[in-house]
Design a protein. Structure first.
Length: 245
């Protein structure tokens, strides 16, 4: 179908955002679309909404980088040639910050060397323009399946966290079981190991029913008691980030 012009049109109704990150809908996969061509972006938006994706959009690399760093997405579609910040530069910065969301790069640059550059920058897949709509959707489904298969285990520095069993594995040590809240806190930090989380953000993400930020400090203490004082690093005046076992 070429680049998808004239493709199925979907409704824009529902929890969709073209500029910000909406609240997560429990039944929809969240997708970030970073594309500067307004006609192609609109077509892809409508197509993806019809396919039950919750879509956030950005028309330049700087905005796309901001949304990817501050939101939670199941998959990202990233144009390679973007204004302000180039697509591959966006991808490199995301990987440097520990964002592991799978990325499919779209590009008019389709020779093998360009694909290698995109994959080496951290993309999971690379699709040349013009593209077939059904192939794009199939690749997105494949990325989501592979991501779900690996997302149940999060790497720590010198260990890993199994989200199904809530066990922390470290070399040469017996596995340590965490409580549900301890696991959620550690998983939040491990999901973006380079990010510093203010206490108020951790309160909102991990302890939405609590009122005081003291609960964050309490569970940091629990993690340190079970896994060692270095598992959570304190960044003075800013908050907490993932440390090391």
């Amino acid at each position: 179908m070429g680049d998808g012009k004239g493709a199925r049109q979907g409704s824009a109704d529902g929890p969709i955002s073209s500029g910000g990150v909406p609240s997560r809908h429990p039944d929809l996969a969240r997708l970030l679309l970073v594309e500067d061509d307004p006609q192609l972006r609109r077509m892809l938006h409508d197509l993806l909404v019809e396919e039950n994706y919750q879509v956030s959009e950005a028309s330049d690399g700087q905005r796309g980088l901001h949304l990817a760093l501050t939101g939670e997405f199941d998959v990202i579609i990233l144009d390679r040639r973007l204004p302000v910040v180039d697509g591959l530069d966006v991808l490199t910065r995301l990987r440097e910050r520990g964002v592991i969301t799978p990325v499919l790069v779209l590009s008019a640059l389709g020779n093998p060397s360009h694909r290698v550059e995109g994959l080496d920058a951290g993309a999971e897949d690379y699709l040349s323009k013009p593209f077939d709509v059904e192939e794009l959707l199939a690749r997105l489904r494949s990325l989501r399946r592979r991501h779900l298969d690996t997302a149940r285990s999060l790497p720590l520095r010198a260990g890993r966290l199994d989200l199904d069993t809530r066990l922390v594995y470290a070399d040469g040590a017996e596995p340590v079981r965490l409580s549900e809240r301890e696991c959620s806190l550690l998983a939040t930090l491990a999901g973006r190991p380079g990010q510093v989380y203010p206490r108020r953000d951790l309160l909102a993400i991990v302890f939405p029913d609590a009122e005081s930020e003291i609960v964050v400090d309490t569970y940091v203490h629990y993690l340190r008691r079970k896994l060692g004082r270095h598992i959570v690093a304190t960044v003075r005046g800013r908050g907490y980030q993932l440390g090391r076992l």
